[in-house]
Design a binder for this molecule. Structure first.
Ligand SMILES: C[S@@+](CC[C@H](N)C(=O)[O-])C[C@H]1O[C@@H](n2cnc3c(N)ncnc32)[C@H](O)[C@@H]1O
Length: 252
């Protein structure tokens, strides 16, 4: 289950890649814009502001996220649904997917299917985290051991060259890149290590769901100790490097 409040705890850090992504989308007056895996809808609302003439629609498989999105003061519309079943409409001129596809197995097949169905000149903009071999995910895998290994996939995403290759082969013009953000997370305000509270909004959800209360408490303390060693406090903040992979493709 996704918890919008936990996810939004680091909303400012999490939204920056979204704005860096959509800054590279050159659409002037799109007819329809889809935000796939829209989460709590705050960023979908920003798309509705950027393109006031477009029908902007957010889709997410989490009813909790869509309920939160539906309470926003925005003209964007929202719907519960699985992206695996989504198909572009003939007037979908922009598709945005920010921090979604790492959760979707075989998402490369979806990307090529969407490109084939999008109208000429449409834009597809995707961002995924690229930190699965970083210290936070190594700590998760070490703490989970064999028992939870099935919850942690080693490389659920490609690098920029991998997505460029896929979308060039589909006939698109492609812009692909990566950025490592250095998030400086406040260290003093919460008892838990801030990287732990960050992960609770995303990667830790399946772990929490798989464990009972005692097992979760033990897992959490062991992970907390590992994260404290991997990401020490410096001058009152915890520097947390976070690599992200971007691709923007234009349908010919
Ligand atoms: C990390 S959040 C990103 C939310 C938003 N795009 C943002 O950038 O703030 C990932 C979202 O993807 C949604 N999600 C995961 N798998 C999905 C699927 N198969 N279909 C639709 N949404 C999915 C989750 O419910 C969650 O809200």
């Amino acid at each position: 289950m996704w918890d919008p409040s936990t996810y939004l705890r680091y909303g400012s850090e999490r939204s920056r890649p979204f704005f860096d992504l959509v800054a590279r989308v050159g659409a002037g007056h799109p007819r329809a814009v889809a935000d796939l895996g829209c989460g709590p809808g705050t960023l979908t609302a920003a798309l509705a502001e950027r393109w006031p003439g477009a029908a902007v629609h957010g889709l997410d498989s989490s009813p909790e996220m869509i309920e939160r999105a539906g309470a926003l003061d925005t003209r964007a519309t929202f719907e519960v649904g699985d992206v695996a079943d989504w198909q572009p409409a003939p007037d979908t001129d922009v598709v945005v997917s920010n921090a979604l596809l790492q959760w979707v197995p075989d998402h490369e097949r979806l990307l090529t299917r969407w490109v084939a169905a999008l109208p000429a000149g449409a834009w597809l903009a995707v961002q995924v985290p690229g930190n699965f071999d970083g210290p936070a995910h190594r700590a998760l895998r070490a703490t989970g051991g064999d028992r939870l290994a099935h919850l942690f996939r080693e490389a659920p995403v490609r690098d920029p060259a991998g997505y460029a290759d896929l979308l060039l082969a589909a006939g698109c013009a492609v812009d692909a890149w990566e950025t490592t953000y250095l998030h400086l997370l406040p260290a003093g305000t919460v008892v838990d290590h801030p990287v732990l509270t960050w992960l609770e909004g995303t990667a830790l959800r399946p772990v929490r769901a798989a464990l009972d209360a005692d097992q979760w408490s033990a897992f959490r303390s062991e992970l907390d100790a590992r994260l404290r060693a991997a990401y020490p406090v410096r001058h009152g903040v915890v520097p947390f490097p976070f690599r992200r992979v971007f691709v923007v493709a234009r349908v010919p």
